[in-house]
Write a protein that binds this ligand. Sequence first.
Ligand code: TA6
Length: 292
Amino acid sequence: MSDANLQHGRVTFLDGRGDLSALEITTPWSRAEIFPHGATVTQFQKTGEPPVLFLSQCSRYTNDAPIRGGIPIAFPWFGKPEGKTMQHGFARVKDWELKEVASPPDGSVTVRMRLPNYADATAWPGCNVEYVVTVGEALGVELIVTNKSASEAAYEDCLHTYFTVGDISQVAVIGLKGVEYLDALDGRKRKTETAESIRFTAELDRVYLNTAHVVEIHDAALRRVIRVAKEGSRSTVVWNPWIAKAKAMADYGDEEYKQMVCVESGNVAENQVKLRAGESHRTVVRISTTKI
Ligand code: TA6
C-alpha cells in the first residue's frame, strides 16, 4: 500500500477485495472507497454517521462482474436494449485508468478516472469518457462524455446509486410527485407519480422522466435525510428489489432489501443524450446528508 498525502485529504492504495484493488480517500469530514473496476465508488461515510452508500455483503469482486452496491455506472446504455447482451452497458465492468488525484483548497479530494478505449468500438462511436469523484463533507460524482467522432453519438447513462437506509418500511422518497415514469414492473407503462412521499411495501422499479428535481430520502430509522441533487440529468430511477428479487440475485443478501434503496440519476430512454461531433455532456450528482 502507498499513500498520497495531499494538502488536507489522503489517498491510500488498498489491496481491495477479491481480484480488485481499491483507493481509500480520507478527508477532514469523511471517508470513501473507489474501485478502478467500473470506477465504482463503493463507500462514502461521514465521520460519526452511518454509511451513506449501500454495499452488498454478497457482492462479487471479480473482473467479469459489476460490484453490487455503491455507485455502478450504467453506460452507454441502461437496461438491456434490443441486441445488447450486457445489462446496463459495459462501463461498470471495465477497469478505468486513474488520471489524477488532487486536493482543492476547500480540503476535499478529487479523483479523476478515464474509461479506456474499449475493444468493441462498433458498439458506440469514439468518445472520451471521464469520471470525477469529489469527496468532502458531501460526495460529488460527475460523468463527462466528449464526442471525439465526426458523427453524432447517442447514449444513456445512469449513476446507479445504492443508498443505506435503516429500515425500508420507514423510508419515504420525496421530490417526484407529478413526474411521469415508466413502470418496469408493468410493461414499462407510462404513469404519473401521485404520491408526495414514495413508500416501499413491495418491489418498486420506476424510471422517472424529464425531471431535474432534487430527490430526498427521508430515513426515520437512521434519523437522517439524504439529499440527491443533480445537473445534466433528466431521469431518476427508483428501485427496491424486495423479497423475491433479493432472493433471486446471487450477489445480494436475501434480507438486504430492508437496508437499501436505489435513487439513480442519469439520462434514460427518451432522455438519452445526443452529442454532435466535438460536443460534451456532464451528468453530475451531489449527495449530502442532514440529521433529523
Ligand atoms: O435500476 C433498476 C434496475 O434496472 C432494476 O431493473 C434491476 O435490474 C437493477 O437495475 C439492477 O440491475 P443489475 O444489472 O445491476 O442487477
